[in-house]
Every structure is written in C-alpha cells, then in structure tokens.
Design a protein around this ligand. Sequence first.
Ligand code: ADP
Ligand code: MG
Ligand code: MG
Length: 362
Amino acid sequence: MALFLGYRMMKEKQKHSLSAVDVMEAHREPAVDLDHLKLLELIGDGRYGNVFRGCLGERCVAVKVFGSAHRQNYVTERSAYFLLQHHDHIARFLSATERTASDGRPEFLILMEYYPHGCLSRYLSLHTVDWSTCCRMTHGVTRGLAFLHTELYRADQYKPAVAHRDVTSSNVLVRADLSCVLSDFGLSMRLTGSTPCCPGNDDTMAISEVGTVRYMAPEVLGGALNLRDCESALKQVDIYALGLLYWESFRRCSDLFPGEAVPEYQLAFQAELGNHPSLEEMQMLVCREKYRPRFPEAWKENSLVLRSLKETMEDCWDQDAEARLTAQCAEERLSDLTLLSTHTLHNHRSLGCRPPQVSSAS
Ligand code: ADP
Ligand code: MG
Ligand code: MG
C-alpha cells in the first residue's frame, strides 16, 4: 500500500472534494478472508467499538469492531491509516472490511498488528521504566505525531498535515521492544489539501468539541479555539495533550526517583479530579485556574536533565496555545534528552543556567 495519496490524483480531485471515500477508492486493499478470522479475547472497550485480540490463520492480529452507529469513525480511521502507513511510530494497519453482525446490522472492522503490551497507560500502570526506555517511548510517540502534523510532498505523492485530536496515553500502543506507536485515528482531521477544516461550516462543532475531556486543552474547554487558523490551532491542541502524556510517563521513570519509591501511575489530573472528571470540573481547573499537573518533590533538584524535562512539559502545555512547541521541536527536545544520561542527572547541576545541549527554540 502506498504511503502517500497520488499527488497528481489529489490535484485532479481538488476540483471536487476529496472525501475519505475517495482516499479509499485510491487504495483498494486486499480483501480479508473473514472465514479465517477468529476473535479470541476482548482487549479494549473503547468509546466507538470493541477491540479484540484475534487470529487470521496463523497470524495474531488486533481487530477493532465498530457498530453501525459509528461508521463515520471507522471511515475516518481507515482513511487516516491509508495516508499514514509505513511510519515506524504509527500503529500498523493491516486491512479494513465490512460484514453483517449476528443482529443483521452491518459492522465495520479494522485489522491491525497486535501489540502485546496494550496501551501506554496500561503498561505504565504495571511497570516502571528506566531513563533510556522512557525517552525512547515518549520520543517515539512524538515522532509519530510530528509525522502526522507534517504536510509532505515526495515525487508525485502527497500527504496532508493531519491533527490527531485524541492524543492520550490510551491511544499509544507499546511494542514488545517497548517502542511506541500512535493509534486510534477515529477523530483525526485533515488540515491541508483539498478539504481542510475551516470555520463556519457544519463541522465547526466537531472541530472544537471532540477528544477526551481529561486531555482537553484550555482553549477547547473554554470554547476559545482559534478557528481562523485551524491548522495551527488543532496541532497546538495535540501538543498540549502530549505534554500531559510526558508527565504521566516520566513520573514512572525509576531513574528520576533515586533512592526512593517510584510513585504509582496516575493519569493527568487523576489526583485532583479522580477517574471521571466532568467537563465543568476540567473547565474550572485547567481553563480558569490554569492548573497543570504537579511535578514530584524529587524533581525539585535543578539538574540539567530535570530542568530540561520540566521545561519541555511546560512548553507543551502552555496556556497560550501559540507559545507551545511544535511537534518537530518537541521531537528535538526528546532527542536531546535521550542523549543526556542519568549520570548527568545526579552529577551535573546547572542551577540558573539554560541547558546547553537542549534547543530552546519553539
Ligand atoms: P477507541 O477509539 O474506542 O478508544 P482504541 O483504538 O483506542 O479504541 O482501542 C481501545 C483500546 O484497545 C486501546 O486503548 C488499547 O488498550 C487496546 N488496543 C487497541 N488497539 C490495539 C492493538 N493493536 N493491540 C493491542 N491492544 C490494542
Ligand atoms: Mg482510544
Ligand atoms: Mg478513538
């Protein structure tokens, strides 16, 4: 399956609108032989469908099953996978198909590679990670997001910039080698090309009001998303959530808690608002009080590593959306952090200095 939509074909279709179905037409995937597909175990009950571990002949696969009411999420996710395939940090898509469920209604299936560790939040709730693993996990997610956000032209192929719109630690999957991939593109939105989002159309509500409430940026919670520049605004919303994902991950990094117990895993704002924060609670905390997750006591020390790490998180979740890092810049920050060994963490103090190796440009 081609990585990009044929550029000439896209230009041709720009005269009309390039819908998800057009993208589908451009990439007829090999049909799945459903007779050989077996669903074995429910591994995720998401908002729009159930995810199963299954097997296709000898091969272990994950199958996301959308009920007929969620056909649009299926179409969106399938189209996103057609545009995004073959990146090392995007979940590996295998096939998509439709069939009739036992109640006679249609249901829609997306087949993916099976990731045995499941999602990042699950992994982190069960395991702590060392510095290099934590950097590799978060760097991978960031690389996936940077790829998603970038508009690319290669030869005669085109990949639009895409916003994820539901970046959370449940929508990142963990490979057996602990590298991470971005997944769950059911709410993703094309930002460039023939039908980018624009204010004032019927999609305006959807543009500003989707995602997981816990990870919603202050401008989304406050209904102040800048619809005049949707492309930047929606990327900035993804980056805000990425900052929270960094906080959740590095709180489980054993090297950042030398000589003491690593705190239990927590979702962002779980300590403040529990397991099911309401929209109103999130609006009050994040939008009005401008509250952000607290850094642990152990991170008070102003070592080079800790300063750089905290600064990176703060630069992702800045109240001012335009001041946030771009995904490319976050990727550079993470690369720089990866190079800093934990030896640096404990021995090299740089109180009052800007980190020398870490880019501060945004
Ligand atoms: P939803 O759109 O309903 O949130 P997701 O695609 O996020 O659905 O899947 C829900 C959960 O199922 C994920 O958080 C993860 O725990 C699990 N899951 C999804 N895809 C896979 C996969 N390919 N391998 C292993 N677990 C998966
Ligand atoms: Mg999900
Ligand atoms: Mg989803």
